[in-house]
Design a binder for this molecule. Structure first.
Ligand SMILES: [Zn+2]
Length: 332
């Protein structure tokens, strides 16, 4: 008896290709044409560059632009995905990528690895900056409306991500950060779609969490730090935010209960405070305090509450923040 060959499973790339090809085809640009559209948009926006390379990268990205400080650009996109978009939608997607080049000095991220939580959180901060720039440049135009249309299609993905995270098929931090990376667009452009979705899915704390992140990103942006200093501070914000019960944010109250903050939130904040100094620490302590007072958290002892109350509001001290040891990053 000859052994039967193992049934072959489609690769993720094949799976995505089948998925995109099952959708109506709305365009069919060649790589050369995509490059022409991209460079045309850069010119229109007055963004200069040194060299440009456009390539197809299926199933990994929908579109991304990588560049060094000399503005040698590499645009990668999934051609199967692009074929599901109209020309206007492709132009809107590429306009967003142009805003990355216009906003950031380079696309390098200082983190232990590209898919580490720190790197993912820095990417969320970058999206925050880029969406603001996009709204500034394109607000009220057809491009802006087309991009909104694309973003509104993301909600199906959010549903899928939440389901996968709650089923233990996806790392919860990755799931949360993936949603935030996309969803940060909505409140920044005054669009209530994400808040509405959170309400419909009974995930109000997820919306609250995003509002906190945006508030803190606004503070970080206001410090006008260098890129390097920003990449040191943003992971600190990520570490502070980890005092929140990420499982609960995504609707899983079985794993760590229904509380917004983890039971070890104080300890985590203290650990951050030992390593670095930033007013964001007080901001997060106050959020924790306000929450625990409001809900009379039974896990919180009186002494712990006093510890929180005793925290005095410190003034922004940029100098101190800059020389502080970065959390999670190797000491320089
Ligand atoms: Zn982007």
């Amino acid at each position: 008896m000859t052994p039967r060959p193992a049934p072959s499973r489609p690769s993720f790339e094949e799976f995505m290709e089948t998925h995109w090809k099952s959708l109506p085809k709305k365009s069919g640009f060649t790589t050369q044409q995509v490059e022409e559209i991209f460079t045309g948009l850069l010119k229109e926006m007055g963004v200069t560059w040194n060299s440009i390379k456009v390539g197809v990268r299926r199933a990994k990205v929908q579109a991304e632009v990588l560049f060094d400080h000399k503005k040698n650009l590499v645009l990668n996109y999934d051609d199967n995905y692009f074929n599901t978009l109209t020309e206007v939608e492709i132009r809107a997607t590429l306009s967003h990528e142009c805003c990355h080049v216009a906003t950031l000095p380079d696309s390098t991220i200082l983190a232990p690895s590209g898919d580490s939580p720190q790197a993912m959180f820095i990417e969320i901060y970058d999206e925050y900056l880029v969406h603001k720039e996009f709204a500034r440049r394109f607000g009220g135009t057809l491009t802006f409306d087309a991009f909104r249309g694309i973003k509104n299609k993301d909600f199906q993905n959010y549903d899928r991500i939440v389901t996968m995270a709650n089923a233990g098929m996806m790392n919860v931090t990755n799931a949360l950060y993936t949603i935030l990376n996309d969803a940060i667009y909505f409140p920044l452009t005054g669009d209530s779609a994400f808040a509405d979705w959170c309400r419909a899915k009974n995930l109000p704390d997820l919306n609250q969490f995003l509002a906190w992140i945006i508030e803190d990103f606004g503070f970080i942006e206001g410090l006008k730090l260098t890129r390097m200093q920003t990449m040191e501070l943003v992971p600190t914000e990520a570490a502070l935010s980890a005092a929140v019960n990420y499982y609960h944010l995504l609707g899983d109250d079985r794993t760590y209960g229904p509380e917004l903050f983890t039971s070890t939130a104080n300890i985590m904040e203290e650990m951050v405070a030992k390593r670095t100094s930033t007013p964001l620490i007080d901001v997060w302590r106050k959020r924790l305090w306000a929450h625990r007072v409001q809900f009379r958290c039974p896990r919180q002892s009186d002494s712990q509450l006093r510890w929180n109350v005793a925290v005095k509001q410190s003034k922004t001290n940029r100098h101190e923040m800059i020389k502080a040891t970065p959390l999670w990053l190797p000491s320089r």
